[in-house]
Design a binder for this molecule. Sequence first.
Ligand SMILES: [Zn+2]
Ligand SMILES: [Zn+2]
Length: 122
Amino acid sequence: MTEIIIRNMKNLSDNKQFRFSLSCTICGKTWYSTPVPFSKADRMPRSDAKSIVYYAVYEKEMQQAVLKAVAEAKKYFNLCPVCKSLVCDHCFMTCDDIDMCVDCATELGEVGEIVSIETSAN
Ligand SMILES: [Zn+2]
Ligand SMILES: [Zn+2]
């Protein structure tokens, strides 16, 4: 699931912070990860050598931020085992045999309960 999330996640990072977004395949609702500040955001490199160092730091922190965002996304998104779509908790159902997205449940005539009926606090 991690790979699928990484592939679908949009990278909204800039030179100050790392941030990502992911949209539900069914309802289109977009979720944004908690921004992670770049540790060198307020520091201007004093030399070319320093900017290379800062860039390396940026790359490293980016990788960590991606993993953090994926871990966060897993709390709100589910991978439908039938259509392989990433859907939010509002579009995912707990069915008798296997949990699946509401689209597949409707199509296959499965009955179940929506995982999350509460509205997320934004
Ligand atoms: Zn949804
Ligand atoms: Zn599905």
